[in-house]
Design a binder for this molecule. Sequence first.
Ligand code: FES
Ligand SMILES: [Fe+2]
Length: 422
Amino acid sequence: MIAMQKVVSWQRVLFVAIAASACYIQYYVLLGLILSMAGLWGIYLRFMCIIPSKQIRKSGFTDAKQRAMTYPAVYPNGWYHLVNADDVKPGTVVQAEGLGRKFAVWRSASGELSVLDAFCPHGGANLACGTVEEDHLVCPFHLWKFNPDGGVHSVPWLDKPPIHSNAKTWEWTEFHGMVCIWFDAEGREPAYDLPRVTGITDGKFRYCDNWEVDRPIYMHLIEYMENTVDVQHFTPMHGRMALPWTQWRLPGITVLFDSKVVLGADEEAEEYGDKGRPEILYFINTSSLQFYGRDVPRTSASVVVQFMGPASVNRFLFTIPDLGEIIMMQTHLPLNENEGLAQKVRFSWFATSGIPDALASYVVGEWVSNWWDDVGVWEEKIRRAKPKLVKGDGPIQRGRGWYKQFYSESSEKVSSPQSFDW
Ligand code: FES
Ligand SMILES: [Fe+2]
């Protein structure tokens, strides 16, 4: 009898062990299958050159003008990504729009780049419709020629060019393939520079790809910053993992977040890059995955987001354990107020040698999926000047206090359409 009991008990143990292993194996097989499918999707997108489908604005629910009135001025002082450097070939001129203005961005035959106000100081013709001759931009109307510094080089009917008729120039800098211009409501010199990533300049990271969102995003820049300090939105908005570049959810996979915000002026900033730079805000997040409520080992990944200025130029550093790093730039350029709170949004990304292009596209696509979720809320919300914050809401007021530095006395004034100068 005792022997019999022993047999039963041994069989039971074996049965339970086999059942448990089967569940365990199935759990990982299922998880592996889901993640592999998602991985193949990333590779498919990458090699078929499919960048996300056009996402239309969800509803247009909230009145655009009423909404805009709840936000501060739409052009905070800072650096803005105007064009990509490659888009302006030597001997050509292109038009760029942003900050309620039009710009003529041109490159002389010898390669010097210049950003001018698009409208000619003489009679208002659009210089972006002109041509480049050697090292001069030629206006299409009366053929005045301008130098890269905006000075008039020649007027067809004068022996000497006028000295007080310069075209307005814009200070620009090339930042990892992007031409960024400095905007200041008071017309002051740049208050900060855009810190270059040495890993990109010295070749540790290779350029992978870029993507310009195929429609304006109707939001104010400040929402982008407030999104990072609003810790309570992560789980409801981003807690379910999506197929990269889409908003299709992967079954059973949830994301856990652990995040913090460090200002550039904080002591702790040194750990993440630049210390003592008040115009920088760091957002640090570590995520891990759960599959049907159970932690999945080795899925922890971290991101450090560096806001350089008023959320106009933002750098992401993704660290993938054992593989390498990805740097992604996300830029916002406010367009003009006729369209309400409209932004042009662009992404470009770089990766270290251990990260294949498809994986980089996968990680960036995962971020973009989360970002689209936020867009759906941003495009319909107003800004509460005095939100009813409660315990645990995150450092929202700290973020707002940080953001104030990008406004000055004339910020509201320059947001209005430019007056005609009679
Ligand atoms: S309008 Fe440009 S030269 Fe006259
Ligand atoms: Fe978000």
